[in-house]
Each structure stands twice: as structure tokens, then as C-alpha cells.
Ligand binder design. Structure first.
Ligand code: ADP
Length: 840
């Protein structure tokens, strides 16, 4: 085909000989050149030239084997493609070379060689017409040609459309191909498609050599059909995923349309564009307050300008993701019905009447006054008494989400308030994180273990909590990471702690403390049978028809295998029983399944399946849980003078504590052992001084009978369980009783336990934790408890059955204590009968 109207290429063209494939008109390729002739062409022609014409060069496929290429000019392939060098990049690594980006324009035939050095220059004849591709005239011309060519081009076009149909249109490259397919003149299709589909260089060379349009269509069509067939086969054998399809589309890198560079990277850009657009939509849809929205839009603007590879991109992205995820205005509606709440609380929890009453009051006020700025409830009590579980029930009664934030060991205020975004790895604090997790702005947050907050150089987390918990401030809580205020006023905070002693005073001030004391033996039995056993059965896939734990067994577990104020360890022991029984039941099941009518009678003799339900009695209990861990040691230990039983309070509940004393010849020294704090040591000195001062009254003597108990005598006081630190003044009366027993040689009653602080004048002062202490005494099987007179009011809080089981002696002075501690009273005391306020 001769050159017609259209654009003309220069008649003299510098020629670039390349081993790297075949440039077809309409495609763009990247060529690396390093041979001396080509290098000269680039440096002397392309880089020096100033006109557009000087950027047009002829590209001729070098058909000589690259291995044997020499400096002489090979026989030139007769047909080449004139191309325009779009980009030239030079580099000297690993050796000097240029990389050219060339877009093919049209075919030419080499008429004659003009020069060979420094680069090849030839007289050429343009073969293809170069029309403006925007006109459709050429396409119409081809179509109008009719006959074979028209048919062929139509066929080719349809095949190309079919190929596209098999590819995923959501891949941007494919979408572009589709767009261009219709706008390109039909005559250019063979070249364009051949450069895009998977073809060998030899085949491309055939297409290049096909000067007549008809021949070109004929050559390219089989290649296109082959690609379609290949795809069909692939689709049949492989379940196509968009990923695969992307791979199947064999767009050679650089095989692009004129003036339009196909680049797989563009696809990412498109994605990214979509991404930020989605993010922007989300930002607008997040319903955030004005200030937050402004910050987000600003960040979004920055994000759009940032390249993805920048580390800050990810930071900003994460920040925006969090901002849109936060429940700025998403909340549940409280569905509060006090009667239902009462039933739910009662169903979930046995006993704890006082706590439940206060919780109901709290909820009732909430119902009457929706915007409650009331105090934060703080449940204080030993572990395993149901603090967390009451919190969960409150959330359930209100129909709110429940989220627990464990504060134990938190010693950095950033944990609460977040890190500033300038830090690497910065993140929001637990409050904001919790809100993100529940995705609602009015959850119930349980701040667990507020008494175990730490302090460190990184600031005081308790101070950060102050802002969170203060109803006056928390409507504009500012997390360092977010840096905009978030309204926490809808969140219902509940705190739990084991003791109020270590809660920072400012924090304690914001909370209303509700004591949750430990349970009595009877309460535990009830809790076990109403809640723990059914729960554990369910968790282990057992039914009451398979396992039965009688009340006596539960009592046994409580007294011999656990010693705790709560029920957590009891729950674990029940779990252990369930596991053991589950094995038996499962074995039994397998047995019955394999049983067949013929062999059933034979097998029955050997091993009958366990009879259901399996009843756990004392023997079974010992078999599953091992020998008892705790025994009633009280009566055994008090068989010597110089031992008394005290009551102590720990964050884990009340405990009984033995105090032992012995004396030996010496110089009046006092030795104290058993990890004691200063207060305890002072109590011991106080006790000895008081006893020495009153030795005559009570006929106390030393070893040899002298009236000063310390004369020629050393005394050793020991508080067993030496690994546990003991401090606090409440052991005063116990030390006095223990020493009085030692000096008088009389035995302390083995069923008496006591607590109380003493003064030098022999008065007994009130102490704390009476309820837990009494419960501990009750657990240990004590019969009489001596408490300070001024603690009498605390007894009202005790369960009726405990009060009925125990004798309470309220003592105002040590005289009364001693009187009540010894069988038949203590010699020298004013009254021979203990003052009883028995069976309160
Ligand atoms: P805490 O938070 O006080 O350490 P939890 O709330 O975790 O204790 O309670 C431990 C387990 O004991 C839970 O399974 C809970 O259901 C159960 N529990 C505690 N007290 C009661 C109660 N009064 N009634 C029913 N179950 C209880």
C-alpha cells in the first residue's frame, strides 16, 4: 500500500537494529540499546535533535542470532517500523546503555543504505498510511471496501470483542482496551491486537511483513483465535478469579496504544482513587461533630496528595479509618423496665441483696431522669464474688453493649488517653478502642481492678481516668491520638476493685463504693446448685440426667477443697468434676453405639455402661479431686498454751490467723517472725507492755514463777504463713490473748477467734472488715468470735444463719477479751462469765 495523504515520515531514517522483539505500528515498547551503532544513534541523533522529525527513527528487527552478533552490519530485514522516541533514559550500570520508549507509527521498506557508521542511515519508503486516528473515515473506508477485506475486518473485530468479553471488565486495563477498540480504525487492529496478545517474535515478524492489509488480517486472526481458545480452555479448567483473569490477559509490558500508555500500575491508582473516594464518603456518612469532620477533611486532603509509599500515608489512613469507625452518633435505646431488671438480677445472682437493691435504685433513677450525671458505681470485694457478672447483668437489663477494660497493672497514662500521633506505632487509648469495638456510644464499660492501677514515669493513669469518669468533663474527652473531643457522657461506667485502700483518693471520690462481701458456706451451696453446676454442665455438654452432685458433696468441696470468699475456685472444682464425668459418659456412649444384639449380653457382663446419672459422693470426690486440701485445723492447733486464733482481712476476703508464742531463758528479748509490718510489731510491743503492767492482776509469771513475765525470759512471737506479709493493728487482742495464755499456762478455747486493736490502757478499739472476718471464722468452724464493742453495728450485715451459728462477744477492754477467750474465764478478770450477745 503506497503512502497516501496523511502524515509523512522523513524519507531518510536512522535505523535502530534491535534483538528485543518487534515493534508494530500502534504499540509502544521499551528497548534497551547498548551496541555502538545504536548508542551513537541515540546520542547523536535523538539527544541532539531539536525538531519533532529528529525523534522519528526506524526500528528494524535484528534477525541475526544475538550470540554471534559482530560489529559488521548484518543483512537488514527489509521491512521495519518507523517510531517516535517518546522517552530516552541513559544509565551506565552495569554498562553504558540507553533505554528508549518508542511508539510505532507505520511500516517502511528500506530502499537503500546510505551510511553504516556511526549509525545506519537509510533511504526508506513509507508503506502504511498515517491518518489521524481520531477520524473514523479510515474505518468506514475499510468497512466500505466490502468483499473479503470487509468481512475479514469484521470477523477480526468480533473476535477482539469476544476476547474482551472473556476478560474481567473491572480490570482497568481491560476497560481501556474496550474503550479504544471502538475508537480505533479497523485497519490498525491487527497490529494493535498482535502486539497485545501472547505472540512470539516470529509471529509478530510475520504481521510486520504482511504489508497488504488483507494479508495482515489473515495472519493476525489465527493468533487472536488461538488466544480466545486458550482462554476458553483455561476458564473451563480453572475456576476463574479476577486475579487469574488479570494474569491471563497477556498484555505485554509496554504493548500500548498510540499516545496512550498501558501500565498495570495505573490500575492501582484507580483503586486508590476509588479508595479515597470511599473514605471520603464514609467520613461524610459518619455523622461526626463539626470539629471532628473538619479535622477529617483536612487529613483527607493531605492523604490525597501523599504518595502511598510515604510512611505517613499509612498513619493518616489508619487515623481516618478509626475516625469513621467510631460511633459518633450510634447508640442503642435503653429498654429499662425496673420489674424486669429485678427479675433478671435475681435470676442471675443469688444473695447479694444489698448490692442488687442499690443497683435497682440506680437504674430506677436513670429511668426517671434520662440524663443522669450520677456517681460511678464501684463494686469492692474479694475475687469471684460476682462483681463482673453483676456489671454484665446491668448491661443486659438496659439492653446495652458490655465492654470490660482491665486496668490491672496499667501504669502509663497513654493506655487510657492514647499516644500522640507523632509517635511511631501510636494508637488510641483503651476507652476509644473500646468504643470502636462495641461500635455504639452508650455501652456499659466495666473498669476492672481500679485498685491495681500503677504509676510510672509515663504519667499517672488514675489522673487520666479522672477526666473519663467526671460527668462534668467527660462530654468532651480528648484522646491524644484522636486529638478531637469525643462525648463519653452516654457511657455507663462501673468500676470494680478488691480493696479501696489502693484506689487513688481523687478517683475514689468520684465513685460510690458498694461493698460486695464474701459468701457464707450456705450461700455458696445455693449459688453452686442454682448457677454454677447448671452452667458447668452446659459448658461440658452434660445434662442433669448424666451427672448429679448432691448438696453434701458441694458442702464437702467448699470446706475441704476451697478456701475463698468468692466462688471462683468452687466453680473450677465443679468444672473438674464435669470433665471427669464427661470422659465416663463419652466412654459409655461409644460402648452403647458399638453394641449389637448378638454380643450385647456378653458385653454387659464384662463392663456395664455407667448407670446414669453419675452421682458424686465422698469417695468419687476424693477420686476426682484428690485428697482434701484443707482441713479443720482449729481444734488441733490449740492444744498448747501460747496459741490464739486471730482474724485478718485481706483483699481476697477474711482469713483466720494463728498467733504462736513461746518463751525460753534469756534476757527479756522479744523476737518476732512471720513477715510483719511495722504496725504489727508495734501491736506486739504494746501487748507485752500491757501484760507486764497488769501481770499482778492476772497472776502472770515467768518460767520460774517470778511476777515479771519477762525477767530472765526471751519471748518469740510467730505469725505462721510466713510468706504472706501481715500488717494492721487488728491483731492486738490476739497477741494479748496468746501471751496471756503463755504466761499463765492456760489453754485458749480452741473455738474462739478474735479481732480488735488495743491501747496501752487496755481498751479495745474498733477495726474494719468485720463481715469478711466473721465469715472466715464461720468457714473455719469457729464457734465464738470476739469483736470490739464499737463494731457491734457491723453484725447486722451478716446473714441470719451465720449470726445464729456463732456466739459474739463484744469487748470494750482487754479484761473482757481475756475473760471470753479462756474456758471458765481468765483468772483475775472482773467477771467470770463472758459477756454474751449471743445469737444475734
Ligand atoms: P469477680 O468479678 O467478683 O471477680 P465474677 O463476676 O467473675 O467475679 O464471678 C465469678 C463467677 O462466679 C461467675 O461465673 C459468676 O457467675 C459466679 N458468681 C459469683 N457470684 C454469684 C452469685 N451471687 N450468683 C450466681 N453466680 C455467681
Amino acid at each position: 500500500m503506497a503512502s497516501g495523504g496523511g502524515i509523512q515520515i522523513p524519507s531518510r531514517l536512522p535505523l535502530l537494529l534491535t534483538h528485543e522483539g518487534v515493534l508494530l505500528p500502534g504499540s509502544t515498547v521499551r528497548l534497551s540499546v547498548d551496541s555502538p551503532r545504536n548508542m551513537h544513534l541515540v546520542s547523536q541523533r535523538l539527544l541532539k535533535g531539536t525538531s519533532l522529525k529528529s525523534t522519528i527513527i526506524g526500528v528494524i528487527p535484528n534477525t541475526r542470532d544475538p550470540e554471534h552478533d559482530t560489529d559488521d552490519l548484518p543483512t537488514l530485514h527489509k521491512i521495519g517500523t518507523a517510531g517516535i522516541a517518546v522517552q530516552v533514559v541513559g544509565s551506565n550500570w552495569p554498562k553504558p546503555h540507553y533505554t528508549l520508549l518508542i511508539t510505532g507509527l507505520c511500516r517502511f521498506r528500506v530502499s537503500s543504505l546510505l551510511t553504516e557508521r556511526p549509525f545506519v542511515l537509510a533511504e526508506v519508503e513509507q508503506l502504511d498510511k498515517l491518518e489521524q486516528y481520531t477520524t473514523t473515515a479510515a474505518a468506514e473506508a475499510v468497512a466500505a471496501e466490502g468483499g473479503d477485506l470487509g468481512e475479514l475486518s469484521q470477523k477480526f473485530y468480533q473476535a477482539a470483542v469476544q476476547l474482551l468479553g472473556m476478560l474481567d471488565m473491572s480490570v482497568p486495563v481491560v476497560a481501556k482496551f474496550r474503550r479504544l477498540l471502538d475508537s480505533l480504525p479497523r485497519e490498525t487492529l491487527p497490529d494493535v491486537v498482535a502486539s497485545m496478545i501472547r505472540t512470539s517474535n516470529k509471529e509478530k515478524l510475520q504481521v510486520l511483513d504482511a504489508v497488504s492489509l488483507e494479508e495482515r488480517f489473515k495472519k493476525a486472526l489465527p493468533m487472536l483465535t488461538r488466544q480466545i481458545e486458550g482462554l476458553k480452555l483455561l476458564q473451563k479448567t480453572r475456576k476463574m478469579s479476577p486475579d487469574n483473569e488479570k494474569r491471563v490477559l497477556s498484555v505485554r509490558k509496554g504493548g500500548v496504544f498510540p499516545g496512550r500508555q498501558f501500565n498495570l500500575d495505573e490500575e492501582d491508582e484507580d483503586d486508590d482513587g476509588d479508595d479515597t473516594a470511599t473514605l471520603e464518603r464514609k467520613v461524610h456518612g459518619a455523622n461526626m461533630p463539626e470539629a471532628a469532620l473538619r479535622v477529617c477533611l483536612k487529613e483527607l486532603k493531605r492523604l490525597k496528595k501523599m504518595p502511598q509509599s510515604m510512611p505517613e500515608y499509612a498513619l493518616t489512613r489508619n487515623y481516618l479509618d478509626l475516625m469513621v469507625e467510631l460511633p459518633w452518633s450510634k447508640s442503642t435505646k435503653d429498654c429499662l423496665d425496673i420489674r424486669a431488671a429485678r427479675t433478671l438480677l435475681d435470676n442471675d445472682h443469688y444473695a447479694m441483696d444489698k448490692l442488687k437493691r442499690r443497683v435497682l435504685e440506680y437504674l430506677a433513677v436513670r429511668q426517671l431522669k434520662t440524663s443522669l450525671k450520677g456517681p460511678i458505681l464501684c463494686f469492692v470485694g474479694p475475687p469471684g464474688v460476682g462483681k463482673t457478672s453483676v456489671g454484665r447483668s446491668i448491661a443486659r437489663t438496659l439492653g446495652r453493649e458490655f465492654h470490660r477494660i482491665a486496668l490491672g497493672g496499667v501504669c502509663d497514662q497513654s493506655d487510657i488517653r492514647g499516644h500522640r500521633r507523632t509517635y511511631v506505632g501510636s494508637m488510641p487509648g483503651r476507652i476509644i478502642n473500646g468504643l470502636k469495638t462495641v461500635a455504639l456510644n452508650n455501652p456499659v464499660f466495666l473498669l476492672d481492678e481500679v485498685d491495681k492501677l500503677g504509676k510510672s514515669l509515663q504519667g499517672d493513669p488514675a489522673a487520666a481516668l479522672l477526666e473519663v469518669l467526671d460527668p462534668e468533663q467527660n462530654h468532651s474527652f480528648t484522646d491524644h491520638y484522636l486529638n478531637v473531643a469525643f462525648d463519653l457522657s452516654q457511657v455507663l461506667f462501673i468500676a470494680t476493685a478488691n480493696t479501696t485502700a489502693t484506689i487513688p483518693p481523687a478517683l475514689l471520690d468520684r465513685m460510690e463504693v458498694l461493698q460486695v462481701p464474701g459468701y457464707t458456706q450456705e450461700e455458696k451451696v445455693e449459688i453452686a446448685h442454682r448457677h454454677l453446676i447448671p452452667n458447668q454442665l452446659e459448658q461440658h455438654g452434660l445434662t442433669p440426667q448424666q451427672l448429679h452432685i448432691p448438696q453434701e458433696t458441694t458442702q464437702d468441696i467448699i470446706s475441704s477443697y476451697t478456701r475463698e470468699a468468692g466462688v471462683r475456685s468452687l466453680e473450677r472444682k465443679i468444672g473438674a468434676i464435669c470433665r471427669a464425668v464427661a470422659v465416663k459418659v463419652a466412654e459409655g456412649h461409644r460402648f452403647t453405639k458399638t453394641e449389637t444384639p448378638e454380643n450385647s449380653s456378653r458385653q454387659e457382663d464384662k463392663a456395664a455402661p455407667p448407670e446414669l446419672p453419675i452421682v458424686i459422693d465422698h469417695i468419687a470426690l476424693k477420686d476426682i479431686l484428690g485428697p482434701p486440701l484443707f482441713e479443720m485445723e482449729v481444734s488441733e492447733r490449740l492444744t498448747l498454751p501460747g496459741v490464739a486464733l486471730g482474724l485478718a482481712w485481706t483483699p481476697l476476703g477474711g482469713e483466720i490467723m494463728f498467733v504462736e508464742a513461746s518463751r525460753m531463758e534469756g534476757e527479756g528479748q522479744l523476737t518476732l517472725t512471720g513477715q510483719l509490718g511495722d504496725v504489727m510489731k508495734e501491736s506486739a510491743h504494746l501487748a507485752i507492755s500491757w501484760l507486764r503492767a497488769n501481770a499482778k492482776t492476772y497472776q502472770l509469771t515467768n518460767v520460774v514463777g517470778s511476777p515479771d513475765p519477762l525477767e530472765g525470759t526471751d519471748i518469740h512471737l510467730h505469725f505462721p504463713a510466713g510468706a504472706v506479709t501481715k500488717d494492721g493493728p487488728s491483731a492486738g487482742v490476739t497477741i494479748v490473748t496468746c501471751l496471756a495464755s503463755l504466761f499463765s499456762g492456760q489453754l485458749v478455747r480452741s473455738d474462739v477467734a478474735m479481732t480488735g486493736e488495743i491501747t496501752l490502757r487496755g481498751l479495745v478499739l474498733p477495726v474494719g472488715g468485720i463481715k469478711d472476718k466473721v465469715l472466715a471464722a464461720h468457714r473455719a468452724g469457729v464457734k465464738r468470735v470476739i469483736i470490739p464493742k464499737r463494731n457491734e453495728k457491723d453484725l447486722e450485715e451478716l446473714p441470719a444463719n451465720v449470726r445464729a451459728d456463732l456466739d459474739f462477744v463484744t469487748a470494750g477492754n482487754l479484761d473482757e477479751v481475756l475473760n471470753a477467750s479462756f474456758e471458765g474465764g481468765f483468772p483475775g478478770t472482773s467477771g467470770t462469765h463472758p459477756q454474751l450477745t449471743s445469737k444475734l
